[in-house]
Design a protein around this ligand. Sequence first.
Ligand code: SF4
Length: 125
Amino acid sequence: MATEETKMICLGCPVGCSLTVTHNKDTIIKVEGTQCNIGIEFATSEIRDPRRMIATTVRVKGGIHPLVPVYTASPFPKPLIMKLMEELRKIELEAPVKIDQVVLKNALGTGIDVIASRDLPLAPD
Ligand code: SF4
């Protein structure tokens, strides 16, 4: 079977090493350019199951601000991120919103919740 090379920047720390991963589909053959083991773990998960933490905002009705910041409770599968953003755009919460309130449970069946990252009180009359 053919091997391929994938280049990526390690996001494991601010150094941002340039990695070259030689792999055969999701079988890792070698990882070059790492300065530590985190880079190897990062490269492996990027090839097998790439994920990112997502932080964005969701609309709120009747609050002191029209949007509340939200985030995924754990890193979210990268191929589903655009679909997640579409789902979050459809949501409009009712104020007040509480910090840690679940905004979207089990997002797209991943088992990952989307959570409010601050309180958003009702707007005064
Ligand atoms: S390989 Fe290690 S040192 Fe390099 S960016 Fe990743 S975590 Fe940082």
